[in-house]
Write a protein that binds this ligand. Sequence first.
Ligand code: NDP
Ligand code: HSE
Length: 433
Amino acid sequence: MKRLNIGILGFGTVATGVADLIRENHAEISRRTGYEFLINNIFVRSLDRANPYNLPLTTNINEIIMNPEIDVVVELMGGIEPSLTYIKTALEQNKHVITANKALIATHGNELFKLAAEKGLMLMFEASVAGGIPVIKSLRESLIGNKIESLAGIINGTGNYILTEMKEKGRSFSDALADAQALGYAEADPTFDVEGIDAAHKLTILASIAFGIPLQFDKVFIEGISKLESDDIKYADQLGYTIKHLGIAKNLSEGIEIRVHPTLIPKKELISNVNGVMNAVLVKGNAVGPVLSYGAGAGGHPTASSVLSDLADISRMLDADKEHYVPYLAFQNQALSNAPILPQAEIYTAYYLRIKAVDQPGVLSDITHILAHHDISIELMIQTKSVEDNLANIIMTTHETKEKAILDSIRQIEALTNITGDTTLLRIESFGS
Ligand code: NDP
Ligand code: HSE
């Protein structure tokens, strides 16, 4: 039996999952690939730690990235440095690399893929997006016959877990986040999850693979869920919507939209019903139509499942001509397009507004006058008494309009004397399935 020698960097949630799966599923893996996957060494900070299978551990990084016996380095530490330096060194030392590190791929992927291409090596990252869902492989390989028109996804398990717990069980944001951390779903810095940064890293990768553009994390519009109020979850529900934290990317003739924000979605749509740590990615291709992939978006074993898929691909391509490698970002490196990323003010969508007003005659007509002046058509409107004295919550949904028009309107509405506090603005999307 041929052997694939693996060096792992880090021994946390995902790396433990990889060790578990290689042990539990070794017979299946060998039957499928013709290879035995051998964990040759694991880089850890301290040798004084749990090591359930007595695997070889080292605190000397060079025993992995400089070791000629190791075929593949699997980076599962997270963060930018020292992961970036270690991966570069591993590539320089002619090792194929696998990483689950979306932050690193989204922000340094362009230079890493260039280096990997120069060295004729594979750099794989299936686990970096949507945990156990094989979304990279399906976009990059299975949907190759399509022009991808758009994609939308729940791509952060921690955020979806929090929103589900808040809505279904009335739990507080902080309690639900603490659970997600204990379950191994959250990033080392959980603000990445709740402020949408992690979802933006993943969307950067998906948009690049879907549309054939370089990775451009700095151009993603990002809004998190930390400021979402339970009142809005309740009102959205009354209006027939569920609020989900979505990553959305669209390939339009005028440019590309890439945005992450809480989104109202009609309750009957499939993606509205994706709960807990589960993720889902809806891709629309011009031939296939909509394709929805669903599965665990975080957690040790689901994510390790994606790492093993990359290990299997590498074992199959070890002796292949590098010209036959699947391009890192799905498109030939020299064929990436420079299509512009649209500023958020230029996008068109429908909106949900919650305006806090002093409950007295004339206030509603002032608001509708401003919206009409910006050519914004109201779809529906409800007014509820606020808990505070003589204040009303005015909740409106609009038809599709340009974001700049709605932002200009809100500025004018908030300047009215009868309006108190900030207006809540949320976006509404419908995917038709
Ligand atoms: P963990 O925090 O559980 O594990 C990280 C491991 O790397 C720990 O063992 C940690 O050591 C070690 N480590 C971190 N920095 C260093 C360093 N400088 N030197 C040596 N060791 C280091 O993280 P996860 O397993 O959850 O995540 C790993 C990667 O996978 C991240 O990039 C994450 O974004 C990604 N990912 C995670 C998913 C999940 O569900 N958890 C899903 C998809 C991707 P120590 O314990 O000593 O701190
Ligand atoms: N923190 C990430 C999440 C891990 O919750 O989705 C999976 O990428």
